[in-house]
Ligand binder design. Structure first.
Ligand SMILES: Cc1cc2nc3c(=O)[nH]c(=O)nc-3n(C[C@H](O)[C@H](O)[C@H](O)COP(=O)(O)O)c2cc1C
Length: 226
């Protein structure tokens, strides 16, 4: 077990994918390993494996007149994990230029009124987050610029900074498909030939490298706590 130093703490790694053999899950495991090597204690939260229910319900619906409303036990347990984290890394496939429903539901239910927002001193204040989104689009697709902007506005501005995080980065990892996808001028989805063997290995290695740079950026940014 690596020693924690004064610059590290706990990293909550949230993975939102239904297959453990997915590129997303692989990327989450590598991010966790990197952060552990940097001295963080890892809390791995696999939303599908833990059976998280993303559907809002009456117990967890905010009551705008009562910011002390006791939410469900399940949500309280997740709030505890979020509170215990110094940094959060959410790893997900980009779905419709956004996060998958299970991750959105985790935010909807857990980042709740009176806990994540609605207080003069937000409880998540000062935490740092990296949103690592894997996208099927190729890096040279003109759609990517808008996709990155939409993700940054929604995730960083709309959620993380609104909840008092001191730092939020969207790490958009394009070229996540073995058959490259792009949209042509007429709006047709173009699916290219599958890359194989050495080319595929190089594609994986490049995606790993880009993900590692985002994770190292998060770790390097750690403020000294002592
Ligand atoms: C419902 C759905 C929506 C998607 N939307 C997008 C999108 O908006 N932009 C994009 O680049 N890729 C999109 N994709 C492709 C996924 O991002 C890609 O398949 C995934 O990142 C591959 O990672 P995985 O192998 O871990 O699933 C979408 C895929 C699905 C299934």
């Amino acid at each position: 077990m690596p020693q924690q130093d004064s610059r590290t703490g706990t990293a909550l790694v949230v993975v939102a994918h239904h297959r453990t053999d997915s590129l997303t899950a692989h990327t989450a495991r590598r991010a966790a390993a990197r952060l552990e090597a940097a001295g963080y204690r890892i809390d791995m939260l696999d939303l599908h494996a833990e059976g998280f229910d993303p559907r809002m319900n009456a117990s967890d619906q905010p009551d705008w007149g009562d910011r002390e409303k006791p939410y469900s036990d399940e949500v309280h347990a997740h709030m505890r994990r979020l509170l215990d984290a110094d940094v959060v890394v959410a790893v997900f496939p980009v779905y419709w230029q956004s996060v998958p429903a299970i991750l959105k539901g985790w935010i909807d239910r857990v980042w709740n009124y009176g806990f994540a927002y609605g207080r003069s001193k937000p409880r998540l204040a000062g935490k740092r987050i990296l949103w690592l989104g894997l996208a099927g689009a190729t890096g040279d697709d003109p759609l990517v610029k808008g996709m990155r902007a939409v993700l940054e506005t929604g995730l960083s501005e709309g959620i993380a900074y609104y909840c008092g995080f001191s730092h939020s980065t969207v790490g958009l990892l394009t070229d996540a498909e073995e058959r490259p996808q792009s949209v042509d001028a007429e709006g047709n989805l173009r699916v290219g030939e599958a890359v194989t063997d050495a080319e595929r290995e190089a594609q994986y290695a490049d995606l790993d490298r880009r993900a590692r740079e985002f994770v190292e950026g998060l770790a390097a940014d750690a403020p000294a706590t002592a």
